[in-house]
Ligand binder design. Structure first.
Ligand SMILES: CC(C)(COP(=O)(O)OP(=O)(O)OC[C@H]1O[C@@H](n2cnc3c(N)ncnc32)[C@H](O)[C@@H]1OP(=O)(O)O)[C@@H](O)C(=O)NCCC(=O)NCCS
Length: 265
């Protein structure tokens, strides 16, 4: 036994990093490809081994879109252990019709998302405003997250407070809805955050924080002195990470355990 990482595993590491690359682009891969009318197929991979990784090493995998051709997209990857370069790779994908697998031009929308990201531009836009303008889109993601995923009854999800609330909805570069949240007016200058939801496959890539920041900005603008919310205990860490503090005991709401959380503004 050489006690080093088996060479073929590195391709799996790069493939896993590609999934994170799409997530970082705020593209839910399957839905994004469906919307774009094709799929990306690997045409060629080449790997250069510079050094060996060993059991228990902590590795960083970096990916970059290097070139977009007519139907091909070239990614370069590199795996590091600290400052040591372990492996580099080139992955050539071809955009193709998912039924015939015939190559077709890389859609302009995808090209723009990739170029924009590699140029350091934001991959998402947060729109804020009224239910009349944003309700349809907010509802799409809420049903997906609260009703379909968390099995909360649709009638509990729907309430009359939406009409008066301030809403934030996030969109990716293809115009797909990816996250939402709302801000209500509470008692004595308190703003109440609610209905925070991020598309499942995009969680952990900053969408929730961006929506919450937009709601917090509005709360500050209108002079609220505190933000409060009922956090699902599974999301408590998310709010804590953004400065909220828990108060009181855990309680049941819509069949899920919650805790009250606050942030002074
Ligand atoms: C809770 C939710 C809105 C968070 O959105 P998200 O986009 O996944 O969160 P972000 O990527 O913006 O995370 C911001 C920070 O919080 C951390 N975080 C996110 N979810 C977390 C969790 N459940 N526990 C601990 N930390 C968490 C992230 O790691 C990140 O930290 P970092 O800045 O150090 O990297 C999302 O997970 C979601 O929709 N969950 C299902 C529905 C839900 O529970 N809604 C909340 C109802 S109260």
């Amino acid at each position: 036994m050489q006690k080093i990482v088996f060479n073929a595993h590195y391709l799996m590491y790069f493939d896993t990093a590609m999934a994170d690359y799409w997530r970082t682009l705020a593209l839910p891969y399957e839905e994004a490809m469906q919307a774009l009318g094709g799929e990306l197929y690997v045409k060629k991979t080449s790997v250069i081994h510079h050094a060996s990784a060993r059991f228990d090493d902590l590795l960083d995998v970096a990916m970059q879109c290097q070139k977009i051709g007519h139907s091909s997209i070239v990614f370069h990857g590199a795996i590091f252990r600290g400052d040591d370069l372990i492996v580099t790779c080139e992955l050539i994908y071809v955009f193709a019709d998912s039924i015939t697998q015939r190559a077709c031009p890389v859609p302009e929308a995808l090209r723009q998302v990739l170029l924009g990201f590699e140029d350091g531009q934001s991959v998402m836009t947060v729109k804020t405003g009224h239910w009349d303008d944003l309700g349809w889109d907010a509802m799409e993601i809420r049903i997906e997250v609260f009703v379909d995923e968390q099995l909360i009854a649709l009638e509990l999800e729907n309430d009359e407070e939406d009409a008066a609330a301030f809403h934030a909805v996030a969109y990716n570069g293809l115009g797909q809805v990816i996250a939402t949240g709302r801000l209500l007016k509470g008692q004595q200058g308190q703003g109440r955050i609610g209905r925070m939801a991020v598309k499942r496959v995009l969680r952990g890539s900053g969408q929730g924080a961006a929506v919450l920041a937009a709601l917090q900005t509005e709360a500050t603008r209108r002079g609220d002195n505190e933000l409060a919310l009922h956090a699902q205990t599974s999301a408590q860490g998310f709010y804590e990470r953004l400065g909220f503090k828990g108060r009181g005991d855990v309680f049941d709401e819509v069949g899920l355990s919650h805790i009250e959380m606050f942030l002074a503004l």
